[in-house]
Design a binder for this molecule. Structure first.
Ligand SMILES: [Zn+2]
Ligand SMILES: [Zn+2]
Length: 316
């Protein structure tokens, strides 16, 4: 005899122990309902449940909760100096014990908030794709984001950087079959160029669209070919909206990003919030995403993948 079929949404609604109403699974989330990069670990200003509550009250329904993996490698002395400088409370120890404590807190909030789709992640410095990865904590995550660095004082990230990283992530996914995101490549290039201009006493408004441009001819097509059909995403963070106010930067963003979206490259939207002050600005990704050709359908791909992954791991 066949067992009775209960849909996931109905099963979730039947969870009587939960204080919050369980989330049905809609086919698509609006852009502002997703935050695929929220700092929830050592760089977190308040208790995790309250921090998630603030995001939910601003409309978030899907959140990737993450922390910088490198922070857990500090020596005790470095860690105390860092805490004093950054003014964050001491939430977790460093090392493997810290990884587990952080992930335990994420599991607690996941269980407490069935009305939200919450996922566990790490943000990892892109250089580890060259020097070697730390496997144990990575196995605890649902998703990994690679921090593309502004590389300040040196060459700004560009098309070749992203092509190289995309190829490395494609290889790594053979061992780690989870979604991965290339974090904030475009805004990091702008940051580098503007800092360099300032350091050289050059007026930022003299920087041209061509200088800002991330890609050389042919690179967008090459990147789209590499990423085709893979669970590798490119982040469009909230800082895009701030930089967008400069019409020259905006033009370069549209020229760099829209053709990728048109060729089927998959994107994520996020806040990258760390501090309380970051939460005071409303998250409005629609403002820049529409002109970049980044749709809700495109940005929901990773969400559907993460929900399916969670469902499959629950079955095992
Ligand atoms: Zn980052
Ligand atoms: Zn970040």
């Amino acid at each position: 005899m066949k067992p009775p079929r209960v849909s996931i949404a109905v099963a979730a609604l039947l969870c009587a122990a939960c204080a919050h109403r369980a989330a049905p699974i809609p086919s698509t989330f609006a852009l502002h309902e997703m935050d695929m990069h929220l700092h929830c670990g050592l760089e977190r200003p308040i208790a995790l449940d309250k921090w998630i509550d603030i995001a939910a009250r601003d409309g978030r329904k899907v959140i990737v909760m993450l922390d910088h993996l490198e922070l857990y490698r500090k020596t005790p002395a470095e860690y105390y100096a860092w805490l004093a400088e950054k003014k964050f409370p001491r939430w977790y120890p460093v090392g493997a014990e810290g990884h587990r404590a952080f992930m335990n807190d994420l599991n607690t909030v996941i269980a407490a908030r069935p009305d939200l789709h919450l996922f566990r992640g790490w943000e990892i410095y892109e250089g580890e794709l060259d020097t070697g990865i730390e496997e144990a904590p990575m196995r605890m995550a649902d998703v990994i984001g690679w921090h593309i660095s502004p590389n300040n004082g040196r060459e700004a990230p560009n098309g070749q950087t992203l092509i190289k990283r995309a190829k490395q992530v494609r290889e790594l996914q053979k061992e780690f079959p989870i979604p991965m995101i290339l974090f904030h490549p475009f805004t990091m290039r702008i940051e580098n160029l503007q800092k360099t201009a300032k350091a050289n006493g050059r007026d930022i408004s003299a920087i041209t669209v061509d200088e800002y441009r991330f890609f050389q001819p042919g690179e967008q097509e090459e990147l789209a070919r590499i990423l085709k059909g893979l669970p590798i995403y490119i982040e469009i963070g909230k800082t895009t909206g701030t930089m967008w106010l400069d019409p020259v930067v905006r033009e370069s963003f549209i020229k760099d990003i829209k053709p990728l979206a048109d060729m089927g490259v998959q994107f994520t939207v996020s806040t990258d919030n760390h501090y309380m002050i970051h939460t005071q600005q409303k998250f409005q990704p629609d403002v820049y995403c529409s002109e970049l050709g980044i749709t809700t359908a495109n940005t929901n791909t990773i969400v559907h993948e993460l929900i399916a992954q969670r469902r499959n791991s629950a079955k095992q």
